[in-house]
Ligand binder design. Structure first.
Ligand code: SF4
Length: 181
């Protein structure tokens, strides 16, 4: 019987949540016995090869490409998980949400103290994904099934959630995996 598939993506995130996936350490050997990785930076598969049981998404949506990838995950995954604070509420990238977009671009590419840009040109190549007016958490773009908080969520929490979904059991994270102090 073929193994269920799992897919992951990093949108407007820092890859710290993916590092936390890898922090399950030797359990990754058990994981690859239980599942087959589909589209993911972990195996560098760029396009879905079929239907996935679980999609784990790190980061919110800051540009048009993020929205496209997120909708693709929603279309291909039975269960979609917002992995980490950026995915669940925008996180650090959403600190720009209170500042007009034009001001953010000017600070990043023209006026910032470490910027050297004699032409004053703000990047506008048509190949670049269109930046959004603000950073959107996943649930403002598609339906999300589960939220796993933390920056990043602990590896044990990711492991427990994935194993529960694979075993068709209720997700019941211990208090220690959900408290932050
Ligand atoms: S939640 Fe934290 S670790 Fe995860 S992508 Fe955002 S900043 Fe990085």
């Amino acid at each position: 019987m073929s193994k269920p598939k799992i897919a992951t993506a990093s949108l407007a995130g820092c890859f710290g949540c993916h590092m936390s996936i890898l922090d399950i350490d030797e359990r990754i050997l058990k994981l690859v016995e239980l599942v087959q990785f589909d589209k993911s930076p972990i195996d560098d598969i760029k396009n879905f090869t079929g239907r996935c049981l679980v999609g784990l998404i790190e980061g919110g949506c800051c540009n048009q490409e993020n929205v496209k990838v997120l909708r693709d995950f929603r279309a291909h995954c039975d269960v979609l998980i917002a992995l980490g604070d950026c995915a669940t509420m925008g996180g650090l990238p959403a600190m720009r949400n209170g500042i007009p977009l034009q001001e953010c671009l000017q600070e990043a590419y023209r006026d910032g103290p470490t910027v050297y840009n004699p032409s004053g040109q703000i990047p506008n190549d048509p190949e670049l994904p269109l930046i959004l007016d603000r950073v959107y958490p996943l649930h403002e773009v598609v339906k999300v099934d589960y939220y796993l908080p933390g920056c990043p969520p602990p590896a044990d929490a990711i492991w427990d959630v994935v194993v529960a979904l694979l075993s068709n059991k209720p997700i019941d994270l211990s208090y220690g995996l959900l408290k932050y102090d």
